[in-house]
Design a binder for this molecule. Structure first.
Ligand SMILES: [Zn+2]
Length: 82
């Protein structure tokens, strides 16, 4: 009969609070990394809109439509809509 290996803390991994906490920290770290990437993506999208050269549009209404479409697309993506 083989026994489960002990973790580096000297416990069985399934009973070790430190191992469980390490796993939770790894999960949360991955989540934070994902949120940071999302934040950077939205920051970039906002800067595209905020810094757009409005002279490229002949009609101010066209610029407004462009900006609103970009913002709507970004919102849809952020909400996970297809
Ligand atoms: Zn452990």
């Amino acid at each position: 009969m083989t026994y489960p290996k002990r973790c580096p803390h000297g416990h069985f991994p399934m009973d070790c609070e430190l191992c469980q906490q390490a796993a939770e920290i790894a999960t949360l770290t991955a989540e934070v990394d994902g949120l940071r990437k999302d934040a950077e993506r939205w920051r970039l999208e906002l800067s595209f809109i905020a810094l757009a050269d409005t002279r490229l549009w002949d009609d101010a209404h066209d610029f407004k439509a462009w900006a609103q479409n970009r913002a709507r697309d970004a919102l849809s993506t952020a909400r996970g809509e297809p």
